[in-house]
Ligand binder design. Structure first.
Ligand code: GLN
Length: 494
């Protein structure tokens, strides 16, 4: 049962082959058995999950037409405010925070009848690429327990890869859905900025943050996105567009080769034609093999250029910390969250609460952000980074005049060892060299499994034009119909 896709589980529930309570219990038992070694969940509350499952079963028994997610257990990243649940965002700062309300994403899953299996571990305030900055400890990669699962949605990735949940949510500010998906052999989608509401999703860098699904296939991601996407008046950057049925758009058009006419853009900056692409040869080889498969399916490839790509990491590490320093100013020990036990006066209480409540990476970002926004440096750093951001977005606009989808690696390497990069922040920041530009431009991006190097999974990145989620899912789905990389499970866990 646990190796089935969300859509297959949905059919099993509809056919009364299993009840939601039984299915939820199956996953809870697995979590109890395997989570101690993986540390993928921060909070599990069986009673709450089973109550939701029972409600889903009753709903179905009442004869009401159930939706595809009714009774489906899902893991939720601990960045989403979840009513009555501890919502820590991976930080000591929120170690005692029980949310009084639901994020829109949670509200939508609840309305769809989905069951919350637990809250997944993550890098502190989503800052990281390895899930090692979590106050609740590092997450282990189910493919190799000595390796990182990627970050910041590392708990969600490990949970789904180890079959502790059929699918999960993630958030992606600079790559945090796509990179852990790549490192754990999952399919993950970061939608166009504004497609999924950010209301109740704890803010890291508001102009970049976007939530999306992580699952074992494009088909499952489409199913989750159908529930997640949609206008929300409580998020001022939410886009009011007609709703789409992403699942319905997965099917290949009849006749001809499945992807005939699709133009795939291959950025020369990714493939090392003119510059060092920074990608490991093994990963590049797998990505190239995936592109060969796409050609077999009927797609054409064109070389494109994203000339300002190399500036994306430096621009991001000005803009994201600037926004974070502002967003994190609300954690002051007064209203909610951690408060230092001993202090002299109000200022001392602020200082000690923040000094004790935040970890090293979060403090580093707050310092950088405050610096680049300060008088005298604002023009030189923040404004300059915003100009670069525009140039990067323009590169993509030009590229999409030549192609329908851009492809390349998701991450420059497969999963690295725990501790390998934690003492070198810049090396860690370079893990997102292929993903960050997509957030800066606000575009949708996906990662799909494309093979293994030394028994560790690698990801193929698909980048689409604005609002091309349906196309990305469709292009990913057709590859997954022709290949079985995405069906591989970590040894001993399948
Ligand atoms: N690794 C990047 C960072 O640390 C991106 C994180 C994210 O997407 N949340 O900022």
């Amino acid at each position: 049962m646990i190796t089935r896709s969300v859509s297959a589980l949905s059919q099993a529930l509809a056919a009364r082959e299993i009840s939601s309570v039984e299915l939820t219990q199956l996953y809870l038992d697995r979590i109890a058995r395997l989570n101690p070694a993986l540390n993928a969940f921060i909070t599990v509350d069986s009673a709450k999950s089973l109550a939701q499952a029972r409600a889903a079963d009753e709903f179905r028994a009442s004869g009401t037409v159930a939706g595809p997610l009714t009774g489906i257990p899902l893991a939720q990243k601990d960045i989403f405010c979840t009513k009555g649940w501890l919502t820590t965002c991976g930080s000591k700062m929120l170690g005692n925070f029980v949310s009084p309300y639901d994020a829109t994403v949670i509200e939508r899953f609840n309305a769809a009848g989905a069951v919350i299996l637990g809250k997944t571990n993550m890098d502190e305030f989503a800052m990281g690429s390895s899930n090692e900055t979590s106050y609740y400890g590092a997450v282990k990669n189910p493919w190799d327990l000595t390796c990182v699962p990627g970050g910041s949605s590392g708990g969600s990735a490990a949970a789904v890869a180890a079959l502790l949940a059929p699918a999960a949510t993630g958030t992606d500010t600079g790559g945090s859905i796509r990179q852990p998906a790549a490192l754990c052999n999952l399919t993950g989608l970061k939608p166009t900025y504004g497609v999924v509401s950010r209301y109740g999703m704890i803010a890291f860098a508001s102009s970049l943050d976007q939530a999306g699904p992580m699952g074992r296939s494009a088909e499952d991601c489409a199913l989750l996105l159908n529930t997640m996407a949609g206008f929300d008046e409580r998020d001022s950057t939410s886009l009011d567009r007609p709703t789409e049925d992403y699942s319905a758009q997965l099917a290949a058009p009849a006749g001809g080769r499945p992807l005939a006419g699709l133009k795939i853009g291959l950025p020369k900056e990714f493939f090392g034609a003119t510059e060092r692409s920074g990608c490991s040869p093994e990963v590049l080889q797998l990505v190239e093999a995936a592109i060969t498969e796409y050609r077999k399916l009927g797609a054409e490839t064109v070389e494109i250029s994203l000339p300002n790509m190399k500036l994306s990491v430096p621009a991001y590490y000005v803009i994201a910390p600037a926004e974070a320093s502002s967003n994190l100013s609300r954690f002051d020990g007064v209203r909610y969250g951690y408060r230092a036990p001993d202090y002299d006066d109000l200022n001392d209480m602020y200082a000690k609460s923040r000094a004790q409540g935040f970890g090293a990476e979060v403090k580093r970002r707050i310092l950088i952000g405050t610096y680049v926004l300060s008088h005298g440096y604002y023009d030189a750093y923040y404004l300059q980074a915003q100009r670069i951001r525009r140039l990067i977005a323009n590169d993509f606009v030009a590229a999409f005049k030549q192609c329908d989808v851009i492809m390349g690696p998701t991450s420059p390497s497969t999963a690295f060892k725990l501790g390998e990069k934690s003492s070198d922040p810049v090396l860690m920041y370079l893990s997102d060299i292929y993903t960050i530009a997509v957030n800066l431009a606000g575009l949708p991006g996906m990662s799909i499994p494309c093979g293994f190097a030394n028994s560790l999974p690698a990801g193929l990145q698909l980048i689409g034009d604005y609002f091309a989620e349906a196309r990305l899912l469709n292009v990913a789905h057709r590859y997954q119909q022709a290949t079985d990389w995405h069906l591989q499970c970590p040894p001993g866990l399948g």
